[in-house]
Write a protein that binds this ligand. Structure first.
Ligand code: SAH
Ligand code: SF4
Ligand code: F3S
Length: 450
């Protein structure tokens, strides 16, 4: 605080991993903003470099070390430069990071970054700092007001963190800790702040967001559905989304909300991971392929046009060709509008890492086959949009003159040429063409709406 006006320092912050890291990076920006730091796009002129990292797969974690290595020259020219590692690699590896890369001055976990100001005091007197404990008090209680210099019309809002499910492949329960839901009033207050800054669409975030159970005004645990209905009363907030959901926490109440709440968008990310019951059991997912498919049917009968997206892992230990075939069969049956698929990556400390591994060649072959099927489905979902009129929330200018880019209700990117509307406008667009990752459209007259 004391030197804020005198010397503005520069922070270079790079974010890896999931949306929760994006949210955390914004909050770290707010915290560091109060400490006199402005953002810079280049590490070369930074006073602090902070990497907000992901530990989910080996490649993601290893990337951090190669990135850190690149800062050697910058640090040799500026001995005051502080280099920090935040996020899930920080949590998982802690002090080891400094042993492996001595350039690093501080390590801060995803549940401790509200303590950056006090860490800064130590860093400024030349100490190295590691803060990776899970504090009793939640970081959320310590956040400063959001800086209001952002111009985004969409925002992420973390409502739940951590995971108690312990899928046997996954590091998240270790890097993010136990499941915790934020109180309803705090979520509503933050949503209002965002809307006050021009945000029209909020995506509620949690590792298991549909297990949300935050204390409400009556002191009871409120469900995600109840939270969504409450948020839907905020004027100016036009679109609500949530991610990521676990199939087992998809309650009837939440499914009905998808059918009834106009502000809740028709898009649901519902990872299945695999289609073989043998593999699902070994993953500790606690559902079967059949029960997942029935669930999708139920969701589609509540909201027929909903677009389903998913995550898949191929080459989980002991997955044989017939198990993999079951994944392909499930994909055929469900029909995904969008999907992420990954080769299984053995993570230290997780039970699956101890089991018989599938060879890299087999994993690559299966990934390629799965992705080709998923791409076909995604293209079909895009093509189906041609000729339809959909509402688009315009988020930014496009790369061509006069072009604007936004998202449909179904989270598809839509490019519109000769589009003279202010950012944040929601307008009906007729889809005229598809590209590999986006749709092209023209503004439709409002009489087409609906
Ligand atoms: N909570 C979410 C997933 C969060 S992690 C859920 O339960 O679905 C995001 C995705 O990363 C997972 O859905 C999974 O597909 C993938 N993933 C997680 N651990 C992995 C590992 N060890 N190897 C490969 N992919 C992994
Ligand atoms: Fe990881 Fe499973 Fe928790 Fe998702 S539900 S974060 S995959 S342990
Ligand atoms: Fe990665 Fe941590 Fe998110 S491991 S996926 S950044 S919760």
């Amino acid at each position: 605080m004391r030197d804020r006006m005198k010397e503005l320092k520069k922070l270079f912050l790079k974010t890896y991993g999931c949306q929760m890291n994006v949210y955390d990076s914004e909050r770290m920006t707010d915290i560091m903003g109060n400490q006199g730091y402005t953002m810079t796009d280049s590490p070369d002129d930074a006073d602090m470099i902070l990497l907000n990292t992901c530990h989910i797969r080996e490649k993601a974690a290893e990337k951090i070390y190669s990135e850190l290595g690149r800062y050697r020259d910058i640090k040799s020219k500026n001995s005051d430069l502080k280099i920090g590692v935040a996020g899930c690699v920080a949590q998982a590896e802690g002090v080891e990071i400094m042993a492996r890369q001595p350039l690093v001055d501080f390590v801060v976990g995803p549940q401790t970054y509200h303590r950056l100001p006090e860490m800064l005091e130590k860093l400024n007197v030349g100490e190295k700092v590691v803060a990776t404990e899970f504090p009793v008090e939640s970081k959320f209680a310590h956040f400063p007001k959001r800086l209001d210099d952002r111009t985004n019309v969409t925002a992420f809002l973390t409502v739940q963190e951590g995971c108690d499910k312990f899928c046997t492949f996954c590091v998240v329960p270790y890097t993010r800790g136990a499941e915790v839901s934020r109180p309803v009033t705090r979520v509503v207050q933050e949503a209002r702040e965002l809307v006050g800054q021009g945000v029209r669409e909020i995506t509620l975030l949690g590792q298991n967001v549909n297990a949300y159970n935050g204390p409400g005004s009556d002191g009871q645990g409120w469900s995600l559905a109840k939270l969504i209905w409450t948020l839907s009363e905020i004027d100016g907030l036009d679109r609500i989304r949530f991610t990521t959901s676990h199939p087992n926490d998809m309650s009837d109440e939440l499914i009905e909300t998808h059918g009834e709440c106009k502000k809740l968008m028709p898009y649901l990310h519902l990872p299945v991971q695999a289609g073989s019951d043998k593999i699902l059991k070994r993953m500790n997912r606690q559902y079967t392929a059949e029960s997942y498919i029935r669930l999708i049917e139920k969701i589609r009968s509540a909201r027929p046009d909903i677009l389903i997206s998913g995550d898949f892992i191929v080459g989980f230990p002991e997955e044989d060709e017939s198990d993999f075939q079951a994944t392909l069969d499930l994909v055929e049956e469900v029909g995904y509008g969008f999907a992420y698929s990954f080769k299984y990556s053995a993570r230290p400390g997780t039970p699956a890492a101890e089991r018989m591994q599938v060879s890299e060649d087999v994993k690559s072959d299966r990934l390629q086959r799965l992705q080709s099927l998923l791409t076909t489905q995604q293209k079909a979902a895009q093509s189906m949009m041609v000729g339809r009129v959909v509402d688009v929330l315009f988020e930014r200018a496009g790369s061509l003159a006069g072009q604007m880019v936004g998202k449909s209700d179904y989270l598809q990117a839509v490019h519109v040429a000769n589009c003279d509307v202010p950012l944040g406008t929601i307008a009906p667009v007729e889809i005229i063409d598809t590209h590999s990752h986006s749709l092209a459209g023209v503004l439709a007259s409002s009489s087409h709406q609906g």
